[in-house]
Design a protein. Structure first.
Lengths: 472, 577
């Protein structure tokens, strides 16, 4: 395994000095390709050899010790999730790798599956061994056709060298991994929706309880659904040892995180950092090079499209180490999983969307509304009916056809969706609306006119009103 | 624990396998695993639902049944729970409402349906449902029995805030030979989808489209042509699925529903007959978990048209001369004349072809008529077919079990009678409620050669046309009585409409005949209703001892062991446990 200093990256893709490349070690690396030779040359599958010599329970312990938390967005401790498989289970256990990276603003898994698939496969084999799954599925989103080919080839290569298949490395453990392609739906990233999609039915998320995947998942069997990055992190945990892994980064969310920055910064792109080692300010000004010339930062969506937007000039209350309260802004918040949650948003999948003062917030919200209205699965009432309504309202606000009350109505529709749906999509679609309309209320109101409340804006209503007014 | 310490409610409940649940401030005890929705409804706290149906899997998608829920606060490690004077822990209420259909009760759980959280949640769900739902109840066929309409009146808001253009979907789509679909009125509860998949076992219906454009549709190349398709109309909470037979025929609030049973096969499916002013408009299944669950086959449901058909016999008829046409006659003189004629017949030359479509009471009177006249040749017309593996029994007679019990006949001696008619051994025939030309194989000519043919029937048939005397009976919708289904369950038949025209209930005709024939000892001869006859029967038959009209109830009671089961009910049992 080469030392970091010996690795060269493609021009413009060199890591920043504050980055720590572990998962993304081989991404955009000069001379690296997705073949198994390349991976093995760089120390690949060594961790697997170590893992299959261990007891499965010992691996779970190690992962628990590491404090590794899922990287798909919810941040649930990976090791704890694995222990939810019912004791005395006699059904087959499935492991599903969630590669349906579809949260707008998130782009990390795509690099792994396109450029370094064996890293995922190795992590997956270790995870499967830990939970004793003999059949695993990589659920790949429809939008990654090339990656599907790359991963398929990688799976074949791994099988050829007995990292997969029967009696892996002489350990007596069998595993088959297959690739399943989605058909292009955001909701398939929700774990129970994803399971339904694999089963070949409509990807309506299942109702919890009783359908917790670790107990009743794919075909009614215990199923572990992990994100691509999480599985790669499992490999890191085993490579370094649980305790060593836990020593890096913030105590509650250790390890590295991959941050995808998009929007109005000088250098958008991916950055792998030690969790909590830098603040949002350092990320945007140092790593990303600050705002575009002549612009100032206005707002940040810190964790993918469904996270609540933060105003850059918002005054937040932070705590000093001695317990006293200090005033701070989003730029002072450290980049780990929990800090931003204290300020009402979430770090989610690590997709940071940055908006500068050239952006219209109502337009931004309308764009998000359009996404969520299109992606709602339609299973449960609030989300199915609420999303088109919110889209229509925000469209009307952007077109200047709304009255000031419509802004409050928009917020109230979101409030009515939030917390009342089958899956987390209800929150995902309503949080942006709640945050945008509250934090940038003046921008929304500026587009409205009180007179609009009296004007019929819906041609159907206008048609119906003919019958209500008398000619004389 | 010392003996003085009172037993806590939780322990008392646990001893009987139950849990204590507080619903709107009152404590109740429910078996473990009861769904919150069922628990609330069982104690009179109404939980509105669209998607939840007790016979189908839980979808949990309509979000109408959201209730406020609370549990005792989670204890710090090492702490012991504290109990109030009544022995319960305090309830910590959750800020989020949960669905009552998918969650089950737990010890010391609190449920509130009258608080702000619940009220707001219901109001919001109804507002959402109505955003894209047409607001045209006055022209919707479901009005009056529409859950959306009812819940909006109960829990909704008086005005709407949605002023945008509505999403357009398909209307008046014929998705099957008997069912129409209006996608705009659909609330996407997917009861129909689950019914077809889980009960019928045919995946015909599904959801198409994304998000707000979700709509129910048939899978490509399929139509909703199952013989159970019309059940989706019953379980559809709104006006999305409508019956082609019933839609726009009558406003439901004008209809009276009468609980009774289906007479198309031996299952005795429990039904409601919906009538107005002597006219039957539709038949719907009525829940009976021992007979038909909540379902019924389409062909049985639609087989009611004969009740109000022009072929109905409305007056007694007599043929005075063999060459002449049948003439209307008055009941009383005619009955006297019939009795006189029957007494003249030689009992060995007289036969009765009765019907297993008659009620137990009618069969009982038939038996006594036969005994009185000394008739040995007596049987029913059997109707055997094939079971459909669901609800339709192989026996297409509704009361074969009753005929076996009361007449001691099961149709096996019918060929003898038929042969007797053909070779002329039998010269006179009484036919009760059957068309022997179609079912027993006696031709109209052979009937014409009889000396005397008395027919009791409700509708025209070749047998009726060949008769010397026709006494107009009634259909199952016009009489009271009991029948015993294939599993040995006695069930009640209720009168939904008065006998049409001058027709009389069959039991009353038989009673009057017996009376005219001189029967004196039988109490049933003086019966004023079929209930009186049942009372006498309960003394005479061991199987019926203790059976009264009242204790049969609307769901019947088992009286015989037949060993026959209903496939659909058998399939449902493991699901229930």
């Amino acid at each position: 395994m080469k030392a970091m200093s010996e690795i060269t990256y493609k021009p413009g893709r060199e890591p920043h000095s504050r980055e720590t490349r572990r998962i993304f070690r081989n991404i955009d690396r000069v001379g690296y390709n997705p073949s198994i030779e390349c991976f093995i040359e760089d120390g690949g599958y060594e961790t697997l050899k170590k893992a299959v010599a261990m007891e499965p329970a010992a691996i779970i312990d190690e992962v628990k010790k590491s404090g590794l938390r899922g990287r798909g967005g919810a941040g649930f401790p990976t090791g704890v999730k694995w222990t939810f498989i019912p004791k005395g289970n006699t059904k087959p256990v499935y492991l599903v790798c969630n590669c349906d990276e579809s949260e707008p603003g998130t782009f990390k898994d795509r690099f792994i599956v396109h450029q370094d698939p064996h890293q995922l496969i190795e992590g997956m084999i270790i995870a499967c061994y830990a939970v004793q799954a003999h059949y695993a599925i990589i659920y790949m989103r429809e939008e990654f056709p090339e990656a599907a080919e790359i991963v398929r080839k990688a799976l074949a290569e791994a099988e050829e060298r007995n990292f997969l298949g029967k009696n892996i490395l002489g350990s007596g453990y069998d595993l088959k991994i297959i690739l399943h392609r989605g058909a292009g739906a955001y909701i398939c990233g929700e774990e129970t929706g994803l399971i339904n999609s694999i089963e070949g039915v409509r990807p309506y998320p299942r109702i919890k309880p009783p359908f917790f995947p670790a107990a009743i998942g794919l075909y009614g069997c215990p199923t572990i659904v992990n994100n691509v990055e999480s599985l790669c992190q499992v490999r890191q945990v085993l490579m370094r040892g649980g305790e060593a892994y836990a020593a890096d980064g913030s105590t509650r969310s250790p390890g590295t995180r991959i941050i995808g920055v998009s929007g109005d910064v000088q250098r958008p792109g991916y950055y792998e950092i030690i969790s909590g080692s830098i603040t949002y300010g350092e990320l945007l000004y140092d790593l990303c090079g600050g705002p575009k010339p002549g612009r100032t930062f206005k707002a940040i969506i810190p964790g993918g499209a469904s996270a609540k937007v933060m105003r850059c000039d918002e005054v937040l209350k932070g705590r000093n180490p001695d317990g006293s309260v200090r005033k701070m802004t989003i730029f002072d918040v450290p980049m780990d999983l929990d800090s931003i949650a204290q300020h009402g948003s979430m770090s989610g999948s690590g997709g940071v969307i940055v908006m500068d003062d050239s952006r219209s917030m109502p337009e931004m919200l309308r764009n998000l509304n359009r996404f969520f209205a299109w992606e709602s699965c339609g299973q449960c009432t609030p989300c199915r009916e609420g999303n088109p309504w919110m889209l229509k309202l925000s469209t009307r606000i952007c077109e200047g056809k709304a009255a000031p009350e419509d802004v409050d109505l928009l917020k109230s529709v979101a409030d009515n969706i939030c917390g009342r749906t089958v899956c987390a999509f209800g929150e995902a679609c309503s949080w942006p609306v709640q945050a945008f309309t509250t934090k940038f209320r003046e921008e929304f109101l500026a587009l409205t006119k009180p007179i609009n409340a009296l004007k019929p804006h819906n041609p159907e209503t206008a048609e119906a009103r003919k019958y209500l007014t008398r000619e004389d | 624990m010392s003996s003085e310490q009172p037993i806590l409610p939780k322990d008392a409940a646990a001893a009987e396998g139950k849990v204590n649940v507080q619903i709107n401030g009152k404590w109740h005890r429910f078996p473990k695993g009861t769904r919150i929705a069922d628990a609330c409804n069982s104690v009179g706290v109404h939980v509105p639902c669209f998607c939840y149906h007790p016979k189908l899997s839980v979808a949990g998608s309509c979000r109408m049944c959201l209730v406020e829920q609370g549990m005792p606060p989670r204890l710090a490690p090492g702490a012991t729970p504290t109990y109030n004077d009544d022995g319960y822990q305090t309830i910590q209420w959750m800020p989020r409402a949960i669905v009552a259909c998918a969650n089950t009760v737990a010890e010391n759980m609190g449920i509130r349906t009258d608080g702000t959280v619940c009220r707001e949640a219901r109001r919001a769900v109804l507002e959402f449902l109505l955003t894209n739902h047409p607001l045209d109840c006055p022209i919707c066929d479901q009005a009056g029995e529409c859950k959306l309409q009812e819940y909006t009146a109960d829990y909704g808001q008086p005005s709407h805030r949605f002023t945008e253009a509505k999403i357009k979907k398909g209307k008046n789509i014929s998705i099957g030979p008997r069912v129409n679909l209006d996608q705009e009125r659909c609330v996407l509860c997917r009861r129909c989808v689950r019914f077809m998949k889980e009960i019928v076992g045919e995946e015909t219906l599904g959801v198409v489209g994304r998000g707000g454009h979700n709509a129910i549709a048939c899978y490509p190349g399929k139509t909703l042509d199952s013989n159970y398709s019309m059940n989706v109309v019953d379980i559809c909470p709104v006006g999305a699925m409508t019956s082609k037979d019933f839609r726009f025929k009558m406003r439901v609030w004008f209809l009276k529903s009468t609980p009774t049973i289906d007479v198309n096969c031996g299952t005795g499916t429990n039904i409601n007959i919906w009538t107005r002013e002597q006219q039957v408009y539709r038949i719907t299944p009525r829940q009976n978990d021992e007979v038909n669950s909540c379902w019924m086959p389409d062909d049985h449901r639609l087989n009611y048209k004969y009740i109000n058909a022009p072929e109905r016999l409305l007056t007694p008829l007599i043929r005075t001369d063999a060459e002449a046409e049948q003439q209307p006659a008055a009941w009383e003189p005619l009955l006297r004349a019939v009795a006189e004629q029957l007494r003249l017949c030689k009992s060995s030359e007289l036969a009765i072809i009765a019907s297993a479509r008659l009620t137990n009471e009618e069969l009982y009177l038939t038996k006594h008529l036969a005994d009185l006249l000394g008739i040995k040749a007596l049987d029913i017309v059997p109707r055997m077919g094939e079971s459909d593996g669901m609800l339709i029994s192989a026996d297409r007679n509704p009361n074969t079990t009753g005929a076996k019990l009361i007449l001691g006949r099961d149709g096996s001696s019918l060929p003898d009678i038929v042969r007797g008619v053909k070779i002329g051994r039998i010269r006179s025939l009484i036919v009760l409620g059957e068309d022997v030309t179609a079912e027993a194989g006696i031709s109209a000519e052979q009937l014409g050669e009889l000396d005397y043919l008395l027919v009791v029937a409700h509708s025209e048939s070749p047998t009726v046309r060949a008769a010397d005397v026709v006494l107009p009976g009634v259909t199952f919708a016009e009489k009271y009585g009991t029948m015993i289904n294939v599993t040995g369950r006695i069930q009640r038949l209720n009168r939904a409409i008065e006998p049409l025209g001058e027709a009389r209930a069959d039991w009353d005709i038989l009673r009057a005949l017996l009376q005219e024939c001189g029967e004196a000892t039988l109490k049933a001869v003086r019966a004023t209703s079929s209930m009186d006859i049942l009372e006498e029967m309960s003394e005479q038959f061991e199987a019926l001892s203790g059976v009264t009209w009242a204790n049969i109830g609307n769901c019947g009671r088992p009286v015989l062991e037949t060993g026959v089961t209903i496939p659909l009910i058998e399939r449902e049992k493991p699901r229930k446990s």
